[in-house]
Design a protein around this ligand. Structure first.
Ligand SMILES: CNc1ncnc2c1ncn2[C@@H]1O[C@H](COP(=O)(O)OP(=O)(O)OP(=O)(O)O)[C@@H](O)[C@H]1O
Length: 204
């Protein structure tokens, strides 16, 4: 399929559009800051964190934050996972997301990672409250006790997540690399968006 990769992202020709929409023009990019976002996927469950403060407060998300000077992106991702969930994991790159938010001066360039294993004990921190969710679409559970079976975990709470997440999180769960961009308005809604799957071998 023909596609136009939005400003802020780069990829080869071999991209498959998943979704796009919204207004005519992308928001001009002035300053870009590098971020990470990391997810643990294990036994048909995904570990999300409820953000207790700061940007994205009261939303569920992966664990991540800004890449510090002198740090590589994956080093930052490992550090943020440790700081926010108390665990260490062999993170693997899954995709890139690019966002602008109307009341934030910089754009977000986010390397997204996952791991199927971790070491340490998951713990709540001052920034995040970690919680397992079922990746099965028919999950019905509302309890999150670790003694429960997988299907008794609640489904992914997309209604309490960033509006872009339903476009790319299913790809991450299926091990399908992706790129995407969304421009958010002051009301927290997406004004323009574009998401694509990229070949597994791509060096995203
Ligand atoms: C706009 N649409 C979005 N959709 C999904 N996820 C988004 C996002 N925009 C930002 N994110 C993630 O939100 C976290 C912010 O991190 P944030 O707490 O601000 O960073 P950091 O921990 O460095 O900040 P402190 O300065 O310590 O507060 C970080 O995981 C980043 O990847």
């Amino acid at each position: 399929m023909q596609s136009i990769i939005p400003p802020g992202l780069s990829a080869g020709e071999d991209v498959t559009e998943i979704a796009k929409g919204g207004v005519q023009e992308w928001t001009p990019i002035e300053q870009v800051k590098l971020y990470t976002n990391a997810f643990i996927l294990q036994d048909n469950k995904i570990l999300l964190g409820y953000k207790k403060r700061g940007f994205g407060k009261d939303l569920y998300n992966g664990f991540g934050g800004k890449v510090d000077p002198g740090e590589t992106s994956v080093e930052a991702a490992v550090r943020e996972l440790q700081e926010e969930a108390g665990i260490t994991a062999p993170l693997r790159h899954s995709g890139v997301l690019f966002f602008t938010v109307s009341d934030v001066a910089h754009a977000f360039y986010i390397d997204v990672y996952y791991a199927n294993e971790y070491s340490g004990t998951i713990e709540e921190t001052e920034e995040m409250r970690p919680q397992w969710f079922s990746v099965e679409q028919n999950a019905t559970g509302t309890q999150h006790n670790s003694n429960k079976t997988d299907s008794e975990f609640a489904p992914i709470p997309y209604e309490q997540m960033w509006a872009d997440d339903p476009f790319w999180l299913p790809l991450l769960i299926q091990g399908r690399p992706f790129i995407g961009r969304a421009d958010f308005g002051a009301d927290g809604r997406m004004q323009k968006w574009w998401f694509a799957e990229i070949p597994v071998s791509s060096d995203v």
